[in-house]
Design a protein around this ligand. Structure first.
Ligand SMILES: [Fe+2]
Length: 410
């Protein structure tokens, strides 16, 4: 290393280069471009014609080139250092002159020969908080002059600038990796979660020979009515899940009662009517990401006039989701075969809804329900959810005539 007297011109040039390097490193450009232009600035500062920036992969202890000019021999393969060598280099934390500083160059072990073969002369390691992130390598100066102490100081400062950039990039990459990994795990959990809920719904429906698919239909009907009422996506998801699970309490009810064709005794009736409370007790132990599922389940057999069960709640005391569910649950029960009677036609079912309008069913819910059916029959809905599940064809004239007669519905 030679001592040199510094001209003011050279000093200014280097300060300017450092300022430009700082600007480049903090620019929002693509990381590969930042690394490449940083390398060119370093090479330009020392009039070196060849150079490379390597990123250190601590797992396989390998330095991989992320930008290179002229040092093509080493670009693809990179080079390795032992753990001990890395430790020593981090401790030393100064540029190493392969020719002029044999003591420290020896730290590199077999990599020294590889680097020399690729024309490397000076190495400046990129270290942040005692962590080795990479190295900048440049060849002889074009002038053939040796590197000076001042050159080494300047190279150290430049290496620090680049280290911070590499450090931020490494952190960001690790974060992205963690994010992708967590996202994958989350997706898996979500799938398992939904599979479990669907399995429960299938188990509930399997108990009742007549109501196959009832939970899925109630879930689908609840979803479209809630959407029609302007619910948020989270609220809609909550009622969709609730629809799938609303009869979960039937798991505890004897199968012979559920499938009985003749009228139930009062004891059997009491057992069957216990299912909303049993369902509530099962579901309230689960920490759902959506609000209100246990209460919607508990209150899906309430009536707005206060004659329902289990809590005999009136209109606004009943959660809105449970009022939606009460309507679509009854509608599906009416329009599908039951052990004690064949299914009602759409017209007959709507007559029942009209008969119980404001008594069993909430007009605020009947209105959007009718609105959805009308839109589906008129072909105004892209993916209809109610009409295709009915076991009859509905024409728009009949449906319009039928629905127009509803009190309070235009
Ligand atoms: Fe029920």
């Amino acid at each position: 290393m030679l001592e040199v007297d510094l001209s003011l011109e050279r000093l200014l040039f280097n300060l300017n280069t450092l300022a430009e390097l700082g600007e480049e490193i903090t620019s929002p450009k693509d990381f590969t471009r930042v690394v490449k232009s940083s390398l060119y600035m370093v090479m330009g500062s020392f009039a070196a014609s060849k150079g490379a920036i390597f990123q250190y992969d601590s797992e396989d202890q390998r330095f991989n080139a992320i930008a290179a000019k002229g040092l093509s021999d080493i670009k693809g393969a990179g080079f390795k250092l032992s753990k001990e060598a890395v430790k020593e280099i981090v401790k030393f934390n100064k540029p190493i002159d392969l020719k002029g500083d044999p003591a420290h160059a020896a730290l590199l072990g077999p990599a020294k020969a590889e680097l020399e073969k690729a024309s490397a002369r000076v190495l400046a390691f990129l270290v942040v908080k005692d962590e080795l992130l990479g190295v900048i390598s440049i060849n002889e100066k074009f002038s053939g002059q040796d590197y000076t102490v001042y050159d080494f100081q300047l190279l150290s400062v430049m290496a620090q600038h680049i280290s911070f950039s590499l450090h931020s990039h490494t952190l960001l990459t690790k974060l992205m990796h963690k994010y992708t990994e967590n996202k994958g795990l989350y997706e898996n959990l979500r799938r398992i979660y939904y599979d479990t809920i669907h399995a429960f719904a299938a188990a509930i429906d399997a108990k009742d020979a007549y109501t196959k698919g009832h939970s899925h239909r109630v879930s689908a009907y609840c979803t479209v009515v809630a959407r029609e009422m302007g619910w948020s996506p989270d609220e809609i998801e909550g009622i969709r899940i609730s629809g799938l699970l609303h009869d979960i309490g039937k798991i505890a009810v004897d199968k012979s009662i559920i499938n009985k064709a003749s009228p139930l005794t009062s004891n059997e009736c009491r057992e069957l009517n216990s299912h909303p409370v049993i369902g509530y007790e099962i579901l309230s132990k689960i920490k759902f990401p959506w609000k209100g599922i246990p209460m919607m389940t508990r209150n899906h057999h309430e009536k707005v006039d206060g004659t329902g069960y289990p809590d005999r709640l009136k209109k606004a005391e009943i959660p809105l989701g449970a009022r939606i569910m009460a309507l679509v649950d009854a509608f599906d029960a009416m329009t599908t075969d039951r052990p004690y009677r064949p299914r009602l036609s759409f017209k007959e079912a709507m007559d029942e809804v009209r008969e119980n309008f404001g008594k069993q069913f909430d007009p605020e819910v009947v209105q959007p329900f009718i609105s959805v059916i009308r839109k589906e029959v008129l072909g105004e809905v892209e993916n209809p959810s109610i009409v295709p599940l009915l076991q009859e064809h509905l024409d728009s004239v009949t449906v319009n005539r039928l629905l127009e007669g509803f009190p309070g519905i235009s």
